[in-house]
Write a protein of this length. Structure first.
Ligand SMILES: NC(=O)c1ccc[n+]([C@@H]2O[C@H](COP(=O)([O-])OP(=O)(O)OC[C@H]3O[C@@H](n4cnc5c(N)ncnc54)[C@H](O)[C@@H]3O)[C@@H](O)[C@H]2O)c1
Ligand SMILES: [Zn+2]
Length: 278
């Protein structure tokens, strides 16, 4: 399995990295699978009986912004303070070794790929980014960098004033993240990233493409569907699906049950040129 994945990666001319919340787990970040995992990560919400879906509700955010910014402010701080695990760097080594073209597609909003040195114009953040803000109304289509410092009372999970505001209308701003049942999210930045990804696929259509998928859940299957679309529609594409709980994918694609960091290290052990024999 690791050997097979290594043989695909050794030959890859283009690498597509597809990642869900599980990619961050080995960096110490929570995934949100089910209320149980979410409540373990956020005991304050467990006490209040509030679910992930309720936290990521734009209406809730609008009527109670200190609650909304409590959730997103805490996550902003968490992602700013987190260093991407070594698996991010291992994949970059493969890209450099093969001189491969690459693209990252992720539902994560945490900016960890940029932090690990992946180029901003080679990343598609399908649900937006916590490191970008927009007006809550929105009064216009501006999307700007999140340079706010947000203080959160961890006992109540409420943000302390002053809350981030729109520089144009003065109303509360919000992260440029697609929430549940969200009609105010501005998709423009993600659309530009989608166009860049389409160009990447057009250029690399005839090449040997390795898709490395990590930590993408089946509850919101956007990332899994992206990997499969490439795997089944491009003649020379192979998907390597790494996931401890739901690694299933049909052959000739490769299923690796396990965590991202460990699996990437195992593959690298098969790939790394050994010491020269004399
Ligand atoms: N870091 C983030 O930005 C973040 C975190 C949580 C949720 N979200 C949002 O919530 C939604 C959650 O969907 P999702 O599918 O990304 O997450 P999910 O929580 O539904 O699923 C996580 C997946 O990761 C797997 N996993 C757990 N530990 C792993 C490890 N060590 N290595 C590899 N895989 C591991 C699990 O088996 C599961 O399949 C997304 O739409 C996303 O926008 C984002
Ligand atoms: Zn505004």
């Amino acid at each position: 399995m690791f050997k097979h994945a290594a043989s695909i990666l050794r030959e890859a001319e283009a690498i597509v990295v597809t990642a869900g919340a599980g990619m961050g787990v080995d960096s110490g970040l929570p995934d949100f699978r089910g209320d149980h995992g979410f409540w373990q990560a956020y005991p304050a919400y467990s006490r209040l009986g509030i679910s992930f879906v309720e936290c990521a509700d734009p209406q809730h955010f609008a009527v109670d912004p200190s609650f909304g910014w409590g959730f997103y402010g805490h996550r902003t701080n968490l992602y700013r303070d987190t260093a991407p695990h070594d698996g991010f760097h291992i994949i970059r080594t493969w890209i450099e070794r093969n001189n491969a073209d690459y693209f990252v597609v992720t539902s994560n909003v945490d900016g960890q790929f940029q932090k690990a040195g992946y180029a901003d114009d080679r990343i598609l953040e399908v649900h937006g980014s916590i490191h970008r803000l927009q007006c809550q109304t929105p009064c216009n289509s501006a999307i700007w960098r999140n340079d706010e410092s947000i203080r959160v009372d961890e006992a109540t999970m409420r943000a302390r004033p002053p809350l981030p505001r729109c520089p144009d209308c003065g109303k509360i701003s919000r992260p440029n993240i697609l929430m549940f049942g969200d009609w105010s999210w501005l998709p423009d930045r993600t659309h530009i990233q989608e166009q860049a990804f389409s160009r990447f696929l057009a250029v690399n259509a005839g090449r040997r493409i390795a898709v490395i998928e990590m930590g993408a859940g089946s509850a919101i299957p956007t990332i899994r569907a992206t990997s499969e679309r490439i795997g089944w529609n491009y003649e020379h594409a192979t998907v390597i699906r790494i996931n401890p709980r739901e690694p299933e994918i049909a052959a000739p694609h490769i299923s690796i049950p396990g965590g991202a960091l460990n699996a990437l290290q195992e593959i690298e052990a098969h790939l790394k040129p050994g010491p020269a024999l004399s």
